[in-house]
Structure formats: C-alpha cells, structure tokens
Design a protein around this ligand. Structure first.
Ligand SMILES: [Zn+2]
Length: 506
C-alpha cells in the first residue's frame, strides 16, 4: 500500500481562524480524500503553532495565561475543521511533549554536527512577524518590515545560529535540479530570484528569555528559547514520529506535499530544506503555495477588519457550497476575489442547477416510471461516449494538484447528461410505451451519476454521501469504480434536493 503524506502549515493561534485558514485546509482535505479514493494510506497533518511573544501578548490582552489561551484557540481550529468536513489524521500542537522533545533533539544533533554556533547579533526585529531583518532588507522596504510594512526595532544580543550559509550552493543546485520542488512556477522564480540576489545569512534560532519567554527551552542554554519558526517547521517531522515512533516515521517521511499560502513560501523553500538536509533526512516532494482570497484589491487581514468568518458563510450556503466555491473558483496558486454574490452564483449554477437538478430529475423519473428499481440495460450509450471518455482527464489533473481543472470533465459530463434529457425526452418514450429504451436511458443516467459523485467526493464529501444514499448505494468511494456498468441494479430512495437554490434577494 503506498502512502501519501500532506501537510498544512500549523496555524498561529494569536487570533480566530478565518477564510484564509479554511482555504488551505480544504485544499489539503480535497487532495487527501482523492488519495484515499486511490486506496493509499493518507497522513494529513495539521495543527497549531502556539509559541512566541505575540501569543503571550494576545493571551494577556484577554487576561489569560498563555497555556489556557492556546488551548482555547487551538480548540477553535479543531471545531472549524469539523464544521468544514476536514478529515485530518493528526493534529499537532507545538506545546505537545513529543514535539518539544523532537525540537530539542534536532538542535542537539545539529550542534554535534557543528551547524550551530553562538554570536552577537545585531539586526532589526519585527515584533508582529517575529522575524529579524538585515539592514539592507529594512532599507529596501523604506525603513519598515518587508513582510507587514510595520515599524521595526533595532536589537543587539547574543544568540545561537544555524549555519544556513554553509548550504547555500547545495540549496541552489537542488532547486535547479528539481523543477517540481517549488510550485507554482511564479513562487519557484521568486525563491530562485531571492537566492540569486541575497547571500544566505545564518539563521538566528534562539531568543533570550529576557525578551521572549513563551517558547521551547533551548537545549544548549537555559537562558534561551527556540525561535518560533525553527520550532514550528519541525512539526512536519515531529508529528509522524521522528523521535517518538521511528517505524511510523520511516513509513511516512518524506512528506509528499507541503501546502501553504504564498506569504510563507521562503520559510518552507529555504530554511526547511536546509534543516532537513543538515539532519540527513530526505526532502519533501513538493512545496506548493496557494494564493490569497482578497476583498477587492486588499488582502484579508485582521487589521483591515475585512475578515470573512467561514462559520457564517456555511450558514447561508452550506459546508459543501463553501468548499466547492473555494476549490472551483480559482486554480491552485492564483489569487481570488472573495465576493458573496459570486459564491451564491456558483452554488446556484453548478451545484443547484447542474448537479443537484440532474440527480433530482433522474431519481424522479426512476421512481415514476420504474417504482425506483432499474436494472442494467445496455452498454455505454453512444451519446455519452465522448463526455464519459473525458473523465480520464480527472485523475491526472488531481495527481498534479490541478483541482479546478479536474472538475472540468466532470462538469462537462454532467452538462451532457442534462442536455440528453432534453434530447431523448423520456416522457415521450413513456407515453409511447417504449419501455426498454426508457429503461436503458434512465439506467445510464443513474450510472453516470454514480460515477460523477465518486469524482466529486473529494470536493463535496457530505453531499456525495447523501447522493449515494438517494441512489441506494453504500457510500464507499473508490476511484476504481469510475467505470461503466459497475452497478447492475439500482433501487433508489428519492430524497430532498441536494442543493436547494439560494434566494439572492434574501
Ligand atoms: Zn512585520
């Protein structure tokens, strides 16, 4: 049995989850479910990043100690994943004992290899981003933080460093030799451009407790904690058992896909590969950065006050309405415009009109003409030969993380089935008592729907399960069943329409 290991970033718990977090986790869920369809052992890792001064401050603002505060926010994330049908396999928290022990062990290993040293550090520090910047970087950004554009403070202190610079040539070569390592191409170019224009500086991986107290104890010196990014990235190996379960780790590592939003690509494409290489571990297959959902021209952010709460959206369009919109509207990697009207239009057109209506009409006819029992009658009809054949494009697109493109042949087949009802006019066949022709047609629609919902399952899982219930099938989805004639007899149970149209004027 082959394995598939996919990760989201661990989310920073300084604030409540929003649509940006939902987007990453839903993409990973869709990809994970697809690999389950293929019969693979899937390990979907997500979790929460719980250290750093920013979190201590956020806790203090609520009059709380850090630990109960991170417990609460981490729980909010888990609740959201439940509401969004996000089926993860492991939820890592950086305050977990296993994780803490793994981070400390990694620092000991790297120290023994001579990759860690102590030195005086002088730089500019951005508190909100918890990131150090060099003189040049701050100058280029007009005297502020290059990431968030806020003010920076000058810091001078003794710290521990990881010898990132030692691996600069290796990293450049690795990226050049492995074109699929950083995706999409625009991000790969961004990273190679950065590496061409900047000498890779050693990474400061400690913070003095005098300044940052909420973190993992630095194993080489009790006066320090581990830099939050160095701590966080290691979740990808601590969770599958780097220290705690060597056998499991051997089976699962390396990760196949690290998924994240584009603003944290550098941490994943520069620090992380070097950390792994220095540890003597294999590198992940693909580092995939997706785009942002914007409101008009602006990024969604807490400070701009334009955050969309996914739980509110679910109330109006349902969990699958939101999932479908996020996955369908933009191709993975690009930015999207979040617009409530576009969301409703998409749900009404694709889900209610095309998919839901086809299912409901077909079930109605099966019930009306055959009391709900329809057995196999004939091979794949000529009129579906082309559109059904195009479904062979689905799996290669999914394998290549082109989720929106993978839906195209599925929607085309649904369109062909809807059109065929108007052309064949089953009601006329019934009137003329052409029973065998009528049965053959209804059977092919049922068979087509069965196949369609296998392909849609990673996108809209709970609706696919409901559809299978109405088709009288056990909700066991397997990519191998995307073939004509796999079910010989249907015994349907007509239910409520899967996707009621959303009234726009509500
Ligand atoms: Zn910043």
């Amino acid at each position: 049995m082959s394995k598939f290991y996919i990760t989201t970033p661990i989310y920073y718990v300084n604030a409540a989850p929003h649509i940006g977090h939902a987007y990453t986790s839903v993409i990973a869920d869709c990809i994970g479910r697809y690999h389950r369809l293929k019969g693979e052992e899937v390990f979907y890792l997500t979790g929460t990043d719980e250290h750093g001064e920013k979190i201590k401050k956020a806790a203090a603002a609520k009059g709380m100690e850090p630990q109960p505060f991170v417990d609460m926010v981490s729980e909010n994330f888990r609740n959201l994943w439940k509401a969004l049908d996000v089926e993860y396999d492991y939820f890592v928290r950086t305050t977990d004992k296993d994780h803490t022990a793994a981070v400390q062990e990694v620092i000991r290993i790297l120290n023994e290899k001579g990759d860690i040293y102590k030195a005086v550090y002088k730089a500019f520090y951005c508190v909100p981003c918890e990131t150090f910047w060099t003189d040049t970087q701050v100058k280029e950004a007009g005297g502020s933080c290059p990431m968030c554009k806020r003010g920076v403070e000058e810091v001078e202190e003794e710290n521990y460093f990881f010898r990132l610079s030692r691996y600069e040539d290796w990293l450049k070569k690795y990226i050049a030799d492995n074109p699929g390592f950083i995706r999409p191409k625009i991000r790969r170019n961004e990273v190679t451009g950065f590496l061409e224009n900047n000498k890779l500086a050693d990474l400061c991986i400690s913070r003095p407790k005098a300044r940052v107290s909420w973190g993992i104890d630095f194993p080489l010196n009790g006066d320090y904690v581990v830099y939050v990014w160095f701590d966080a990235l290691l979740n990808y190996i601590s969770a599958p058992g780097f220290l705690s379960d060597k056998e499991k780790f051997k089976r699962l590592w390396p990760a196949d896909v690290h998924l994240m939003a584009k603003d944290i690509i550098r941490h994943h494409a520069i620090f992380w590969p070097v950390m792994l290489y220095a540890l003597g571990l294999e590198l992940p297959g693909t580092i995939m950065a997706h785009g942002w959902w914007k409101m008009g021209e602006e990024k969604m952010s807490k400070s701009l006050g334009n955050i969309v709460n996914p739980l509110e959206v679910i109330k109006s369009v349902g969990v699958d309405g939101l999932r479908y919109f996020l996955l369908r509207e933009i191709s993975l990697g690009g930015d999207g415009n979040y617009c409530a009207q576009a969301l409703i239009n998409r749900v009404n057109s694709d889900l209610a009109n095309d998919i839901g209506n086809l299912l409901h009409r077909t079930l109605n006819m099966a019930e009306k003409y055959f009391d709900g029992a329809v057995e196999a009658a004939g091979a794949l009809p000529e009129m579906f030969r082309e559109s059904f054949g195009r479904l062979s494009d689905y799996a290669p697109a999914m394998d290549n993380l082109e989720l929106s493109a993978a839906l195209e042949p599925v929607l085309a087949f649904i369109g062909a089935m809807n059109k065929s009802i108007e052309e064949v006019k089953p009601w006329a066949l019934a009137k003329a008592a052409k029973t065998s022709e009528l049965k053959e047609f209804i059977y092919s629609l049922l068979e087509g729907l069965r196949v369609v919902f296998i392909c849609l399952y990673p996108f809209i899982p709970s609706s696919a399960v409901r559809a299978y219930g109405q088709l009288g099938l056990e909700a066991k989805f397997d990519l191998k069943d995307v073939s004509w004639g796999a079910v010989k007899r249907y015994n349907i149970t007509k239910g409520e329409p899967l996707f009621p149209r959303i009234d726009v004027n509500r």
